[in-house]
Design a binder for this molecule. Structure first.
Ligand code: ATP
Ligand code: MG
Length: 201
């Protein structure tokens, strides 16, 4: 094949691709509040959610954050975003599981936390709500999945919700609009590197 034939072929292929992309962009013409789930064992779930918080704030939107598991009390995102006007930040999961080893207390803590989330799920002024590590209280049975799904469904039509955490329950995946599974191919921790500020916390 001559060079000019190759060039023509490439141009034709790109033109066909552009027509397909243009068509699918035209088809996506609705706006709605989205439910996103970021799950899987790979790194990047919470940090991706906080990336969306930055995006939303850049658009002048109001953001709520609820953290259900606290492994670390001094993450960079909390220090940074708590200072931003337009952000409401709740830490709801103090002393869960292996810390307390007390099912009744964990259930009570999670339910009290969900009551706080509910106040944001009925608040029309909150444009984006991050429910960080919500999958764990569901997985351990401290929160009923049916309650969580019903409250998510009843939220304002334009409110976006991002849920993070490993082992997302099937019902949550089904209810969500956008679901991403982050896959763990490699993590520096296993090579003996402790959590690094700015990267891991
Ligand atoms: P990040 O907050 O960095 O986006 P994450 O939300 O995907 O991580 P979590 O399961 O919430 O992951 O774990 C939080 C902490 O554990 C972070 O410090 C993160 O870097 C680290 N981590 C995440 N995935 C792994 C992994 N596969 N192996 C070891 N450490 C991990
Ligand atoms: Mg996380």
């Amino acid at each position: 094949m001559s060079e000019s034939e190759q060039g023509q072929r490439h141009q034709d292929r790109m033109a066909r691709k552009k027509a397909l992309v243009d068509e699918s962009i035209k088809r996506a013409d609705r706006d709605q509040g989205l439910l996103l789930v970021l799950s899987g064992n790979g790194k990047g779930k919470s940090s991706s959610a906080f990336g969306m918080v930055a995006r939303a704030l850049g658009h002048g939107m109001k953001v709520g954050v609820a953290q259900f598991i606290k492994g670390c009390n001094d993450t960079g995102e909390e220090a940074f975003f708590r200072k931003q006007p337009g952000v409401t930040w709740h830490v709801l999961g103090e002393g869960f599981t292996w810390e307390t080893q007390n099912l009744a207390r964990d259930t009570e803590t999670a339910q009290r936390g969900w009551a706080v989330v509910k106040t944001m799920l009925v608040d029309e002024s909150i444009d984006l709500l991050v429910l960080d590590e919500l999958t764990y209280p569901i997985k351990y049975g401290w929160l009923a999945i049916d309650t969580v799904l019903a409250d998510l469904k009843a939220r304002p039509a334009m409110q976006h919700v991002v849920v993070t955490g490993r082992a997302a329950p099937a019902g949550l995946i089904e209810a969500a609009d956008t679901v991403t599974e982050l896959r763990d191919l490699k993590h520096a921790f296993r090579a003996g590197v402790r959590a690094q500020p700015g990267i891991d916390l």
